[in-house]
Each structure stands twice: as structure tokens, then as C-alpha cells.
Design a protein around this ligand. Structure first.
Ligand code: GLU
Length: 459
């Protein structure tokens, strides 16, 4: 059976490189196996969720090349959650509770003071119809808890009940349901918490593999029990480690740091971001991989480190430069055309300058140097000026090729006796205005005789 996976962000901000890690691990897993990648917006928090963030997430995924096969919004699926909660109530697995947050807090503190785990004691289960009616008549509305299957016959006497799963990343995992409080699934105001919505969706959408951050490991025990209570087999789970900055801080959608938007606006290539997001915390080296297919070959979920991966945001710069240096012309043709690089010379231009570009956008400065005018003439010493005056007279006639540089500097060497840096540095400075740059043999035919001549004469 081909896998169905999902990426389930809350649209409460712009996604960052850590969120992309989750999205990509899912996408790569599904695509390597002919599977389906669902994007599910966990947007039941109507205060913090915004349509513009959902649109931005889709746009960011499109930029990376990982568009979903289907999109769902939890805010449009409330009827499914209502039906599932009714079915739990009918089975006696969802029960009303009336304690206030302060009461619950006091109970937890009392248990901890006695050295006991702060697990909810199911007092609400002991209420009779008349108690509940009285509470509700006095204006208290209940929240609803899921009765965990951690007892033989008496819910007041929970027993060790192990839930096991073989995590795709972390290997065999065990959670004891007796160590957990019955989770609240429905709030006093009737709104749903994350757990029921997520489980109902995963079940109804046929999700086969839940791949997500390891901040959800402890939720999994409860979720497995809930899948079963709703009559579904639990899917497979894989919990990948989270990314932190070098000082150990987690990434947050709210801070906007390392958001895909900001990296894109900064001229970073999507594959640099995708490579970093995926390869941090895996056993191989972190390098810029040129395509998602190639990245797919590098990913094995069981190879992901179990502890958080610190990463240096500056790495994205290194990877980007590495990637740009190897980018073929086809990958940048549109962007060069938008920079007004002449079509007939765009490919030769790109191949000449790419090794000097940390971003594709850096080509614009070389476009000015090659096809435009230099910012300002440089000051040369008398001797260099004399040398340039000799060199201009030795310029070969066009057509020029990549052999022209050798021919020209060979002649200049023979006439002036200059060699090495003394020979080429004044030429480089006069022709490009910079001490470093692409091979002059490549640039010379692109700059062309007319410009070369006038630059040498202006020096
Ligand atoms: N909206 C949840 C989150 O972003 C989804 C968790 C899950 O994948 O189950 O943490």
C-alpha cells in the first residue's frame, strides 16, 4: 500500500527551516514510495490562525517544490469531530468534568507534595446525574475527558498499561497509560483541543505514517488509544529531532527567524534551504544537494539523531554559494534575462561568473562589469599606465575567443618583459575594476574589443 503522510502546521506565522524539516521528511518519504503528501492546516485556534499565513505556507512549499497532493483545513471539518466525540460519549469513553483550572492545579500540587504523580483522579466519573444537573443548573459548563483504557474494571484503579510502537526514527517506544491523566478533548466552550482533531483527521484521511517533531512523542500514547477507541488501527509514527540555533534555542514561527520567506527574500536558493533543513542531524556531511530526488536518496529516517540538532544559520550561506557555483545555465536563464543579460551571451556569461557568485543575484554586478560601464576609473601608477598604453595597441582583432587572452598577454609579455601578477593585475583592474573575479580568458570575449579598448584608454 502506498503511504499517505501529512504535514500539519498551524497557520499562525511563517514557516521556518525547522517546520520545513517536518514537511520535507514527509514529502521525501511519500514521494520515494509513490505515496501521497497531504497539507493539513491545524487552524481550529481561530484567534491565532490567519488565512494569509495559510496562503504563505502554500507559497513557501511551492518555492521548495513540495506542493501537496491535497489540502485540508480543520476549521472546515468540525462536523467530523462532532460525530467522533458523540460516538465516544455513546461508548462512555468521553465524560464531562466540572473542576476549575484552579481546583485542578491545587489537586496536582497536593499529589506532588505526597510524592505521587499528578494524574487526574477521575473524580468526575463518580458524579451522578443529579450532581451533574445541579452543577449545570448553577452555571458550570463541563469540559470533556477521554477515558484512557488503563484499568481492568474499575476506572478508579488504573493499572500499568503499555502502549508500544516501533518509531521510524527512534526505534521501539513504550508509554504507560496509567502514568497519564485522561486528556481533555473538548473545552468548556465546546471547542476542540489538538488531539481529537488530529486523530480524527489522520484516521479519516487514511494517513499511514505520521512523521513529526519529537515534541509530540508523549502525545502518541494517548493518540494510539484514541485511534483504537474510534475503531481505527493506529498508523506508524516517526518522531524526528528538532533543530535549535547554536545557543540551543528552539525556532519559533512567531519570531520570524529563519523563515522561508526571509531566506527567499534574501536571494537564497530553495535547494540550499531544503538541503540544510533535511541533512542536519543525519550521519553524512551537510552539503548542497541539487534536487529533491537527490536529497531523497540521502534520507533514511532511522539515521536521524535522537537528540536536538544545533545548527549554524550561517551554514545556509555556505551551502548556497556551493550550490550556485555548480548551477547550470537552465536553472538561471530566466533570472539572467530579467537582469537584462544579453540572450546570445547569457550562457557563456553565467559559466564565466558563477564561481564568483554567492547568490544568483550577485551576477548583476558582473553584468555591469561585462556589459555596462565600470563604476569609476581606477588610479594607476605611471608605469602601469604606460604598460596599459602598450597593451591597448597589442589588442588582437575580433572575433575573440577564450584563446584571445593568452594571445594578447603573450604579446604584451614579449614586448614589455612583464610577467605574472605584474602583467595581469593592471589588466584585471583596468578591465573589471576589481582585484578578484572570473577568469579573464572567459570575460575578455564577453566584454568585447570596443569596451576593452576604451577601458584601457581611460586608465
Ligand atoms: N499542528 C501540530 C504542530 O504543528 C501538528 C502535530 C502533528 O503533526 O500531529 O505541532
Amino acid at each position: 500500500m502506498s503511504p499517505i503522510v501529512r504535514f500539519a502546521p498551524s497557520p499562525t506565522g511563517y514557516i521556518h527551516i525547522g517546520n520545513l524539516r517536518t514537511a520535507l521528511l514527509n514529502w521525501l518519504f511519500a514521494k520515494a514510495r509513490g505515496g501521497t503528501f497531504i497539507l493539513r492546516f491545524d487552524d481550529t485556534d481561530t484567534v491565532r490562525s490567519r488565512a494569509e499565513y495559510a496562503d504563505a505556507i502554500l507559497e513557501d512549499l511551492a518555492w521548495i517544490g513540495t506542493l501537496p497532493d491535497a489540502v485540508h483545513r480543520q476549521s472546515q471539518r468540525l462536523a467530523s469531530y462532532d460525530a467522533a466525540m458523540e460516538s465516544l460519549k455513546a461508548k462512555g469513553l468521553l465524560y464531562p468534568c466540572y473542576e476549575t483550572a484552579e481546583e485542578l492545579d491545587r489537586q496536582r500540587k497536593r499529589l506532588m507534595a505526597r510524592g505521587l504523580p499528578p494524574v487526574y483522579g477521575r473524580a468526575a466519573l463518580k458524579l451522578g446525574d443529579a450532581d451533574r444537573a445541579a452543577l449545570e443548573a448553577s452555571g458550570v459548563t463541563p469540559h470533556w475527558r477521554f477515558l484512557l483504557p488503563n484499568f481492568a474494571s474499575d476506572p478508579q484503579a488504573p493499572e500499568r498499561t503499555e502502549v508500544h510502537w516501533d518509531d521510524l526514527v527512534r526505534g521501539p517506544q513504550t508509554v504507560d497509560l496509567a502514568s497519564l491523566s485522561d486528556p481533555v478533548l473538548v473545552r468548556e466552550d465546546g471547542s476542540y483541543l489538538y488531539t481529537p482533531c488530529s486523530v480524527v483527521d489522520d484516521a479519516e484521511m487514511g494517513v499511514t505514517h505520521i512523521i513529526r517533531g519529537d515534541d509530540h512523542v508523549t502525545n502518541t500514547g494517548v493518540q494510539v488509544a484514541l485511534f483504537e477507541a474510534l475503531g481505527h488501527a493506529a498508523p506508524a509514527f516517526g518522531h524526528h529531532n528538532l533543530l535549535t540555533t547554536l545557543d540551543g534555542e528552539g525556532l519559533s514561527k512567531r519570531s520570524g527567524a529563519l523563515s522561508l520567506r526571509s531566506l527567499r527574500a534574501d536571494g537564497i536558493e530553495p535547494m540550499s534551504v531544503a538541503s540544510l533543513a533535511t541533512l542536519v542531524g543525519l550521519s553524512g556531511s551537510i552539503e548542497a544537494v541539487e534536487s529533491l530526488e537527490a536529497l531523497s536518496a540521502r534520507v533514511d529516517l532511522s539515521d536521524i539523531s535522537a537528540s536536538a540538532s544545533k545548527f549554524d544559520p550561517a551554514e545556509v550561506e555556505r551551502l548556497n554559494a556551493e550550490l550556485v557555483h555548480g548551477l547550470g545555465f537552465a536553472a538561471v536563464a530566466d533570472r539572467l534575462a530579467a537582469m537584462d543579460v544579453p540572450d546570445d551571451r547569457a550562457e557563456a556569461f553565467w559559466l564565466a561568473v558563477r564561481a564568483n557568485c554567492a547568490r544568483v543575484g550577485d551576477a548583476a554586478a558582473w553584468r555591469d562589469i561585462v556589459f555596462g560601464t565600470l563604476p569609476k576609473p581606477l588610479e594607476f601608477t605611471g608605469e602601469d599606465r604606460d604598460f596599459l598604453a602598450v597593451a591597448v595597441d597589442l589588442l588582437p582583432l575580433e572575433p575573440w575567443s577564450r584563446e584571445t587572452w593568452k594571445e594578447w598577454t603573450g604579446a604584451a609579455k614579449a614586448v614589455t618583459g612583464r610577467k605574472g601578477k605584474e602583467l595581469f593585475m593592471p589588466l584585471r583592474l583596468a578591465l573589471t575594476g576589481r582585484e578578484h573575479g572570473p577568469e579573464l580568458a572567459e570575460l575578455l570575449p564577453l566584454i568585447g574589443r570596443e569596451r576593452v579598448q576604451s577601458r584601457l584608454q581611460a586608465a
